[in-house]
Design a protein around this ligand. Sequence first.
Ligand code: MRU
Length: 371
Amino acid sequence: MNINGRHYRTIWLKEPECRIVRIINQLALPFSFEILDLRTVEDIRRAIKDMYVRGAGLIGAAAAFGMYLAALEAGDGSFDADLAAAARILKGTRPTASNLAWAVDRMLAVLSGRTEPAAQKRETALRAAREIADGDAEECKSIGLHGLELLRDIAQKKPGETVNVLTHCNAGWLAFVDYGSALSPVYAALDSGVKVHVWVDETRPRNQGASLTAWELGHHGVDHDLVPDNAGGHLMQHGLVDLVITGADRVTRRGDAANKIGTYLKALAARENGVPFYVALPSSTFDFSMKDGVAEIPIEERDATEVRCVTGMTGRGSLETVRICPDTTPARNWGFDVTPARYITGLITGRGICAASEKEILKLYPGGNNG
Ligand code: MRU
């Protein structure tokens, strides 16, 4: 997508050597636009763990490039063992989004047990990591085109009026390699002249809505308003939301969807108010090994500091973190929740829109997410 007239992906290799991975530093947004260089597996581990990169698709692509750097670092005689060690490190960074483990496993499947010289294996690793990143971008573009049909249908039913979408967290291009999942239909709508407006949940505690979604929508000229996380129910009661579209971090084979904490409450409010609730995802977000999302999806619990404090820009222009509760107040901080399939109107995938059910998902993905 474009920033100040220049096209960026969220992750790429520094040409022509292709030994350095470049990312947009999401910790600096929305206050400054910074590019960071990652040179080692440890750099990638830290970038994922400490959220310099975030969002399901992007951490998958970062992990794939991490495995490529692992191939560069691996000893000729210990190539497979070194790659397996890097895979364990990368998979240990964040547990909920399935894209990360999917990308690492795919890299391992391509690279393990090969007999050619190490230099050739490194070429293969480079090609495989690029394929994962390119695949993510292509799939997200296609999610946008399928989702666009939903927005067009709504626009036709209210000629001349704006289509109001509510989204939670960041599932835009910053969360993937390009385009995004939940926001991809919004960008497609903008490109094809459908009038669209987005309600952006702030998404406490890390405020991905306020700092990332609002930033990228603003850069693309999409009409939007930031709202407190608790406003969604009120907006829906008053007919101000035509549909909800969120992303997902892991979707089970029957369609239960883990996404940023607070998503489930939006789905309940949507059901109560007859508002369609869609989840947009690339195939790498499906976890076909799981069925019951509430029981099976591992939910990351993060540091309580994120709840007890907020970080922002002061009037004097310095970035500061301040506490918002008594010094002694304990806090808990689950990063994600699971919306059961019965609350999901449909899944917007790169292959089309389907019901959130095992039968319909398997019709689109008969070979799972590697087929
Ligand atoms: O900032 P994160 O990585 O903790 O947030 C994860 C997400 O980006 C969201 O849950 C998002 O909606 C999933 S779609 C990329």
